[in-house]
Design a protein around this ligand. Structure first.
Ligand SMILES: [Zn+2]
Length: 154
């Protein structure tokens, strides 16, 4: 499906692109491969019109993720924002909280697979902090008999 191009609705940056003078008359469907899950997806003419004329995205901005993976990426970003907010408020406690550090690190480590450059420096910092915190799974496997040692000794 093609959709007619109305260049006057483009962003200022798009209008400065050579596409403004030499582009086609209509948006044609663009087939691409999702970089996350590798399925074939289509950036339809209508979606392009909405992207460039309503959302004012730059005319050379292309899609790299299918709609499902794109939705997943948005969820991941929202999760990251929530973790970042918690971190800002409770940094002193959280930098010693292995569960929190592990969770946030897992979120940050997912971004590269979506081609998103998010939180690389933070991931490095969290990795360093985590290395200094005792692993909670090891603590949990210790037989939990409170006061065990002191009771035995008389
Ligand atoms: Zn996908």
């Amino acid at each position: 499906m093609s959709s007619n191009i109305e260049r006057e609705k483009w962003s200022e940056a798009s209008k400065r692109s050579y596409a403004y003078h030499y582009g086609r008359a209509a948006y044609e469907d663009i087939t691409y491969t999702c970089r996350k899950c590798s399925i074939q997806a289509v950036f339809t003419g209508e979606e392009q019109k909405n992207s460039y004329e309503v959302k004012k995205n730059y005319i050379w901005q292309r899609r790299t993720l299918c709609s499902l993976c794109n939705a997943d990426l948005h969820k991941l970003k929202a999760k990251n924002v929530a973790l970042q907010e918690r971190w800002t408020k409770e940094k002193a406690a959280l930098q010693k909280d292995a569960v929190f550090l592990t969770e946030w690190l897992a979120v940050l480590n997912e971004f590269p697979s979506y081609g998103a450059r998010v939180g690389g420096a933070m991931a490095k910092k969290l990795g360093e902090l985590k290395a200094r915190v005792p692993n909670p799974s090891i603590e949990r496997t210790c037989p939990g008999k409170p006061g065990h040692a002191s009771h035995v000794k008389r």
